[in-house]
Design a protein around this ligand. Structure first.
Ligand code: NDP
Ligand code: GDR
Length: 370
């Protein structure tokens, strides 16, 4: 039975990857951070009582800033594969916590690689590094592929650049099987609530249910290549099953603006967003409703722009060319963006219907601070 160790197992990708690997018969170990509240909601359905026999899912307390802890866990587990998904993954937040982001996202990668080397596991253990389309940053060429030059535009992107190159360096210097997946944005119903897709689908659901009046967004003109996390974790696994380690771009090849995404999400609920021209966006975007269910929203401002959500330096346009991955790994995405948005909207609508039911009945709600 193969053993996998996943850092960032409590995050979106960690949860989907753990599910995938368990389905393939792996023993899965995850690194979780100590928190003052439970932080395992995304993997609770995978939990197995460690007192039982034949347990294939285990968690270890740890942190990417702690070399000794990582070395001990890797020594104990002796993994065949390590997926380094742990990171301070929010680009905007990285401007506020640049040193921490560099430590965890950049040096954290080194700590994993060096632990594997010092433990003499270089022959046994294969490593996947979660690299990012944020490496491309300032637009140099489109679509972006494995040969496109990097020009990161945030402390997050710069930290991930270190992670990318230290992975390449350990592969070349020590012959390690270590790969970078250069993944473009990927989302799902369990996406973190402050990334723009989930922020929009949550808000659209709550507005439709009359639980919220409007949502504040930042730059509506940024364009991203959005895919489904379920498809992307499959590509991570494939990268570690090859004869030799290589780096791959994972993307859909379709780019969409934040504005278009908002239109798509709200229209799933029968709300048509009508944009009044660029200048007026500072005041908000007016919605006009064609669906009788939401007549009460006719003419209301439901999307507002708050410059606080702008980044000091922005990545304007991402569109990935995943042809190498398609050719060599036989991978291509199964989900389209409209299918992804529909799934997210349906999940958030369901979530907030339950929340509203509890609130209306005078019970405690899902969200304590709203
Ligand atoms: P999430 O933010 O959902 O998950 C990040 C995970 O990292 C969480 O489990 C988090 O723990 C953990 N983590 C954060 N800080 C530390 C630390 N100091 N030590 C150990 N673990 C830590 O991210 P995603 O699942 O979306 O992304 C997975 C990886 O892929 C990340 O490295 C991200 O940067 C990268 N990536 C993501 C893309 C995307 O579009 N989703 C695209 C390209 C790259 P906790 O739950 O306790 O916060
Ligand atoms: P990104 O994702 O920065 O691409 O990083 P995010 O969803 O945060 O932003 C996408 C684009 O939307 C614009 N935007 C807003 N973003 C947020 N979060 N909130 C808003 O209100 C808002 N309004 C507009 C942003 O300016 C940006 O242009 C994600 C993360 O998962 C990284 O870890 C990963 O490496 C990259 O994707 C690929």
């Amino acid at each position: 039975m193969k053993k996998a160790l996943i850092t960032g197992i409590t995050g979106q990708d960690g949860a989907y990857l753990a599910e995938l690997l368990l389905g393939k018969g792996y023993e899965v170990h995850g690194v979780k951070r100590r928190s003052s509240i439970f932080n395992t909601a995304r993997v609770d359905h995978l939990y197995q009582d460690p007192h039982e026999k034949d347990v294939r899912f285990r968690m270890h307390y740890g942190d990417l800033s702690d070399s000794m802890n990582l070395t001990r866990i890797i020594q104990e587990v002796q993994p065949d594969e390590i997926y380094n998904l742990g990171a301070m993954s929010h680009v905007k937040v990285s401007f506020e916590t640049p040193e921490y982001t560099g430590n965890v996202d950049g040096l954290g990668t080194l700590r994993i690689l060096e632990a594997v080397r010092l433990l003499n596991l270089t022959e046994k253990t294969r490593i996947y590094q979660a690299s990012s389309s944020e490496l491309y940053g300032m637009v140099q060429e489109v679509p972006q592929n494995e040969k496109t030059p990097f020009y990161p535009r945030s402390p997050y992107g710069v930290a991930k650049l270190y992670g990318y190159w230290i992975t390449v360096n350990y592969r070349e210097a020590y012959g390690m099987y270590a790969c970078n997946g250069i993944l473009f944005n990927h989302e799902s119903p369990i996406r973190g609530e402050t990334f723009v897709t989930r922020k929009i689908t949550r808000a659209a659901a709550r507005i439709a249910l009359g639980m919220q009046e409007s949502v504040f967004l930042g730059n509506l003109d940024a364009r991203r290549d959005w895919g489904h996390a379920k498809d992307y974790v499959e590509a991570m696994w494939l990268m570690l099953q090859q004869d030799k380690p290589e780096d791959y771009v994972i993307a859909t090849g379709v780019t969409t603006s934040v504005r278009e995404l908002a239109i798509m999400a709200f229209s799933e609920l029968g709300m048509e967003l009508e944009f009044k021209g660029k200048g007026l966006e500072e005041k908000g975007v007016v919605v006009s409703c064609s669906n009788t269910d939401f007549k009460s929203l006719e003419g209301k401002v439901v999307v507002r722009v708050d410059p606080d959500y702008y980044r000091p330096t922005e990545v304007d346009l991402l569109i990935g060319d995943a042809s190498k991955c398609k050719k060599e790994l036989n991978w291509s995405p199964k989900y389209s963006l409209p299918e992804l948005v529909k799934e997210m909207i349906e999940a958030d609508l369901e979530l907030f219907k339950k929340d509203k039911f509890l609130r209306d009945g005078g019970h405690e709600t899902l969200n304590y601070f709203e």
